[in-house]
Design a protein around this ligand. Structure first.
Ligand code: ADP
Ligand code: MG
Length: 593
């Protein structure tokens, strides 16, 4: 999938001109909509397109940016529409007040739905949103005293300022323009970056310091609020709402609109919405032959989605980029500018692990392990394959809850904190299987690592950007910062992961087999990098199979076997320890995994 993500650096630089052009375009469209007499049919189509587009942009955020499914957008749309319909007609409330109440209602519903289910993710979320959609429809149809049931609500007034159909249309287009601008800018903001990180790799996002659950709930609430806003405008536009306009089938139409136009951009939302409203109109002449109309309509949608998996706008922007891409000038970055938390601290222990255990059913992957990591040291955790090293690291970074034991990081007990809180508390890590945000550039990946409240660098974008570039320069990739991470070799991707962890300014850096998959030249370079990090005073806990590397950099080694600690001490004594020799000679050669 293409994403908005390749855009931000360019978007940032051209923003003032882009904004100006955009405002001029929007103003021309609004002026045209307000002053040119359309016939009622055209006005209706445009009104529907404008109000639907607002709701479809909600899906651009939740699905395109954050990767979460929502099959209840028509329900949110309907809640907004009914808030305006019932509020103005039955209760005589002011139009704008009803829009506000509708927004409160949908944001509350969206946040509640998100909070209760987003932890489950994937198909559970799909199921729950379908159920929510059905409940809303049932209530609209059956709670007759409140909702007027299947008859719906008619004679909904427009606000005093925009009583003419075209004046109101111009207002809807203005709202659409503002929403579109905000959705367009969102990806380059901290929240938008967090959403993209969650979409690309949830585990890496949490370890980079992002509150994954909160990010998803926020995305969901934004989606719901745009659904409600679109619905509220729709009610004023058509003066009539009824339950069948907001059914599950309509939620599928919303989803098709965003997929057809392209989830990666608000322009896609408008294109998809416009097409799905127009195609049925174009095919109207087929309606005399029952079934034929639906078959052709369905076929058209399937063909477009099949041949343009990124949607029409995604396909179009890929095509134009091929011609128009200007080389991005590398901003010179200074490796020496990277400050790391050095050997200062109130005690000599950066990490104390006591009686740590993690059992998977009957399998004791880690079974009562204790060790301490001294400030400013390079400490290695070694052991045969399957001895529990990665599991130890996963428990340390909060990905697994331990069966028993505790961890104290720099004097703070972090045993009960979720992953992102541990990162804020000073933990940084890399993964045995590389976990980068694959739709982003190297520098964006590293900015996400730098962007957490525990990092003294702060929140200003230029400071985060400078830190990210310095971290990339430190690992030797400064001049390729603006390239997509997928264009880097495997070994360089490992370095980007290290840069991402360093940018967060950790007190303790956890590295899970950084040398796995590297060739011998790359291993030499990695050894040099580790020595340079250590020279800056940063404490490192490293897992690796490569004994040359380990004995070259580590001052202290802890050895695991079958989840238990079998040796702990300086390299010479540990590597000659009889149990260690037996454990290594007795095991098969390791295959990295
Ligand atoms: P190492 O990193 O030392 O090679 P691991 O910590 O990955 O070893 O694995 C230790 C043991 O725990 C292995 O037997 C592995 O199969 C098992 N294990 C690891 N993760 C899980 C999991 N999520 N569920 C069940 N078993 C697991
Ligand atoms: Mg491992």
């Amino acid at each position: 999938m293409t994403s908005i993500t390749d855009a931000p650096p360019a978007v940032r630089r051209t923003a003032p001109f882009g904004l100006l052009g955009y405002v001029v375009l929007a103003a021309v469209v609004v002026y045209y909509a307000a002053t040119h007499p359309f016939d009622g049919y055209i006005t209706n189509i445009l009104m529907q397109a404008a109000t639907y587009s607002v709701a479809v942009m909600g899906l651009t955020v939740v699905l395109g940016l954050c990767g979460q499914i929502n099959l209840a957008q028509a329900a949110f749309f309907g809640l907004g529409a009914y808030a305006v319909g019932l509020g103005t007609v039955d209760y005589g409330l002011n139009f704008w007040l009803c829009v506000g109440l509708g927004l409160v209602l949908v944001v509350a519903a969206g946040a509640f739905l998100g909070t209760s289910t987003l932890r489950l993710g994937g198909h559970y979320l799909a199921m729950v949103t379908i159920s929510f959609q059905q409940i809303v429809t049932l209530v609209m149809v059956n709670w007759i005293p409140m909702t007027h049931g299947p008859d719906g609500v008619s004679r909904i007034p427009r606000p005093g300022l925009f009583t003419s159909a075209q004046g109101y249309l111009a207002f809807c287009v203005t709202v659409l323009a503002v929403v579109g601008y905000m959705v367009w800018r969102l990806p380059a903001s901290p929240l938008g970056r967090a959403m993209r990180a969650v979409r690309d790799n949830e585990l890496a996002a949490s370890v980079a310091g992002i509150d994954v659950q909160r990010t998803k709930v926020t995305a969901f609430a934004i989606c719901a609020s745009l659904g409600g806003l679109g619905g509220a405008l729709f009610a004023g536009g058509f003066a009539y709402v009824s339950p069948d306009q907001f059914s599950f089938a309509e939620s599928i139409v919303f989803l098709t609109m965003v997929l057809l136009g392209g989830v990666a951009s608000p322009i896609g939302a408008v294109v998809g919405t416009g097409l799905l409203i127009l195609i049925p109109e174009w095919l109207r002449f087929l309606k005399s032959v029952p079934g034929l109309y639906l078959a052709i309509y369905g076929l058209a949608v399937i063909l477009i989605v099949l041949f343009m998996p990124d949607g029409i706008w995604g396909w179009f922007s890929q095509w134009t980029r091929r011609f128009g891409r200007a080389a991005v000038a590398a901003v010179p970055a200074d490796a020496a500018a990277l400050e790391l938390r050095g050997s200062v601290g109130h005690n000599n222990e950066v990490l104390r692990v006591e009686g740590l255990a993690k059992h998977f059913g009957g399998l004791k992957a880690v079974d009562g392990v204790s060790f301490t990591v001294k400030r400013g040291s390079v400490h290695a955790l070694i052991g045969p394959n399957g001895s529990g090293k990665t599991t130890t690291l996963n428990v340390l970074s909060g990905i697994y809850t331990p069966t028993a034991g505790k961890m104290v990081l720099d004097g703070t007990d972090v045993s009960n904190l979720p992953p992102h809180r541990r990162t804020i508390a000073g933990l940084g890590r890399t993964f045995q299987n590389i976990r980068l945000f694959r739709s982003m550039t190297a520098v964006e990946n590293v900015i996400i690592g730098a962007e957490h409240p525990g990092n003294p660098v702060g929140k200003a974008h230029h400071a985060l950007d400078a830190r990210a570039r310095a971290a990339l320069a430190f690992v030797g990739l400064g001049d390729r910062a603006d390239e997509m991470v997928t264009s880097f070799s495997y070994g360089h991707q490992r370095l980007i992961e290290i840069a991402r962890a360093l940018a967060g300014n950790p007190t303790l850096l956890l590295l899970d087999e950084p040398a796995a998959g590297l060739n011998s030249t790359e291993k030499v370079e990695l050894t040099g990098l580790l020595k340079r990090i250590a020279a800056k005073g940063l404490t490192i806990l490293i897992i690796d199979h490569d004994m040359t590397l380990v004995s070259d950099v580590a001052e202290h080694i802890t050895v695991l076997n079958f989840g238990r600690r079998i040796a702990d001490g300086d390299p010479v004594s540990v590597l000659n320890h009889p149990d260690v020799v037996t454990a290594y000679l007795g095991s098969e050669p390791d295959a990295p995994h």
